[in-house]
Design a protein. Structure first.
Length: 445
């Protein structure tokens, strides 16, 4: 049996939808800006406005895909569309835009919405949301159009320029901080090397903790923010001051050790400075001679390089060498006389140092000048054996002067030097007279 109810069912009213874009304060504001569009300034064109958007980039909310779509739409407009009384409206269909860009219609709509959110465009919609329009065949002006309106882009130009200025200021601060970090790192590495040399350490990184060493190796890239860079700079500054303090402590401790060492003067007894240096060469090690008694003031027991007491013949040979050195008159020549007689080419081989020049510097300079004069290593060694290294150095100085003199210069410096060695062998070389002759006129000047 069928029961029929007289109750009328409650039917809920359907929610009304506009069937299009929902209005909002932002949309109404963008439409008002589009209506008040009076064209671009005289010194600005639409592509300069596009370039401004590209330079601002993400700082102004413009993602790369958004800029691509904006540039695509900008190409459909003309200069007259950006003048007063016109509107730059792109009325190409949504499907055609999606096909050209290789994306879907939905993606195009999302990119348009993102551009709308940053104030770059609005829409001039038709009743059915179709996009269409027509231009005048004669003037090219838009007669009517429904589509994407780019007029709001002109209203945000001032804001974009402000954002660009802030971005450039941030960029300058970032690069300056990066340069300061680079400078600090160079100083830190240089001072670590100095500290390693003082402490005789082969690995400078041993003076750093694991965190400090790792931070020094961090490569500075653009994805690192300015705040993080400033933190790295501050930590580098602290590390630099710490290393400076450590170097000062280490240097002061070494200086105290040097002050406590017993030092001797050059004219003190048993101090050889006419024939020897602090680092004996191969020639010295294999032709060891005892100190000259008349130069040292105290006679000592003589030993050969092997440690044995020499025989009578060796003692006699050493005495002849000492006599040849005395015959050259080198004991009468002071360091000041040699410097006064030296030429510019000779002094160029002297070391550049804050400490005063000493006899080993003169010997090293003479040895360095030998190749320029054509003097072979064999001739230099023979001269050192014959009359000592100091006399040999003075002989090189005199040979250099003879080769550069204006009147009758020596054309064969090596032969001239060899003749001086031969004269020293027979005791006929008197270096002090030549040195005095060269240095006296210069002293008078």
């Amino acid at each position: 049996m069928q029961h029929i109810s007289n109750a009328i069912p409650q039917i809920e009213p359907m929610k009304h939808t506009g069937g299009g874009r929902t209005s909002s304060p932002k949309l109404r504001q963008s439409l008002a800006e589009a209506e008040s569009f009076s064209g671009l300034e005289n010194d600005t064109n639409r592509y300069e406005l596009l370039m401004l958007v590209k330079r601002v980039g993400d700082a102004g909310g413009f993602k790369p895909r958004m800029i691509d779509l904006l540039e695509y739409y900008m190409a459909f407009t003309r200069d007259l569309d950006w003048e007063q009384g016109s509107h730059p409206i792109v009325y190409q269909s949504l499907s055609r835009t999606a096909f050209d860009l290789g994306i879907s219609e939905r993606q195009v709509q999302r990119l348009e919405k993102a551009l709308f959110e940053v104030g770059a465009l609005t829409w001039q919609d038709s009743g059915n949301h179709r996009r269409y329009g027509q231009r005048c065949p004669d003037t090219g002006e838009i007669l009517f159009a429904c589509g994407v309106d780019l007029s709001p882009l002109a209203s945000i130009e001032a804001r974009l320029r402000k954002v660009l200025a802030e971005k450039q200021a941030l960029s300058r601060a970032w690069h300056e901080t990066k340069r300061q970090i680079s400078i600090r790192r160079r100083r830190i590495r240089s001072m670590l090397t100095e500290l390693a040399e003082i402490d005789a350490c082969h690995d400078p990184d041993l003076f750093l903790s694991g965190t400090e060493a790792a931070e020094l190796k961090v490569q500075i890239r653009t994805h690192i923010g300015l705040e993080k860079l400033l933190g790295i700079l501050d930590r580098h500054e602290v590390l630099l001051k710490s290393i400076e303090g450590r170097i000062q402590e280490t240097t002061s401790s070494h200086s105290e050790g040097v002050k406590n060492m017993k030092m001797s003067f050059m004219n003190a007894a048993n101090v050889a400075y006419f024939k020897y240096t602090n680092t004996p060469s191969f020639l010295e090690k294999n032709t060891s001679k005892a100190p000259l008694a008349c130069f040292q003031g105290t006679q000592v027991v003589k030993h050969t390089a092997s440690g044995k007491i020499p025989c009578a013949e060796e003692v006699q040979e050493e005495r002849r060498l000492d006599q040849r050195i005395v015959d050259t008159g080198v004991q009468h020549v002071s360091l000041k006389d040699v410097l006064c007689a030296a030429s510019k080419r000779f002094t160029d081989h002297l070391p550049i140092s804050s400490s005063p020049v000493c006899w080993p510097d003169i010997i090293n300079a003479a040895h360095g000048l030998c190749p320029d004069l054509g003097i072979s290593q064999q001739s230099w060694g023979r001269a050192c054996i014959t009359m000592g290294r100091t006399s040999a150095a003075i002989s090189v100085l005199l040979t250099d002067h003879a080769a550069q003199r204006c009147h009758d210069p020596v054309r064969n410096p090596a032969g001239y030097f060899g003749a001086m060695v031969n004269r020293a062998t027979h005791g006929e070389l008197h270096l002090h007279k030549s040195i005095f002759g060269l240095s006296s006129p210069r002293k008078a000047v």
